[in-house]
Design a protein around this ligand. Sequence first.
Ligand SMILES: C[S@@+](CC[C@H](N)C(=O)[O-])C[C@H]1O[C@@H](n2cnc3c(N)ncnc32)[C@H](O)[C@@H]1O
Length: 237
Amino acid sequence: MTNLRHWPGAERRRPSLGSPSYLHLRELANAIWTFAESLPTSSDLRLLDVGCSRKPYYPYFATRVRQYVGVDASITIGQPDCICVAERLPFAEGTFDITLSTQMIAYVDDPVAVLREMGRVLRPGGTLLLSTHGLFPNMRDVWHMTDTGLHRVAEMAGFEVVRIIPNGGAVMCLFQLLALYVGTVTNAMPGPVRRVLVPLIVALNIAGLALDRLAGGRAAHFASANFLVVARTAGRN
Ligand SMILES: C[S@@+](CC[C@H](N)C(=O)[O-])C[C@H]1O[C@@H](n2cnc3c(N)ncnc32)[C@H](O)[C@@H]1O
């Protein structure tokens, strides 16, 4: 039996305090874990992870779903069960109970078409769990979403939005941006300088966490670095 603690992608589930992406990844992992924990153990559910790469959140669902299928357009880093694009999933209608897609939708040409395809392979009343960047300057992203934009694309694709969970409030977002900025600037610097600046990222992460708590996670509609969408396809639950 695989030791799930050492499952790949630990930097997604337990990002280190010295990581410039710590704040939003920590909040995202907590939100996905809260969803997974709400599922009954040893259920009969089938889950599809789209754009799975190393399936970093598999350990959260391992004892809660009967089948966990990961698909990805590439095998460069991960080990998908099936290589295919999200635009054309090789599964029949209604095959899955849950579709999970983390940090993938920002890369596709047509997010609505991709969500519609995810909805097609979900059973009626099935659940979509979709995470993506909000105010987060990743230059490889095609799209940065807002709460309103996510509502719109999910509804245009035929989903009923249950909840959009901001992964941190506005204060956390500001500290997330600062930590990213420091991380980006220091990347171009020689090793010894980089090492000196790591404590600054740690300090920004701790401050962002503490101050956002003090602020009660407020004003996420104003600025949040990442979102997790929970949505349902029409039909029975
Ligand atoms: C930033 S990684 C996220 C990986 C993983 N879901 C996570 O949260 O760590 C984005 C992944 O989406 C995959 N991807 C991008 N566009 C895709 C598409 N159109 N169809 C399927 N996979 C795609 C990439 O190959 C990559 O593995």
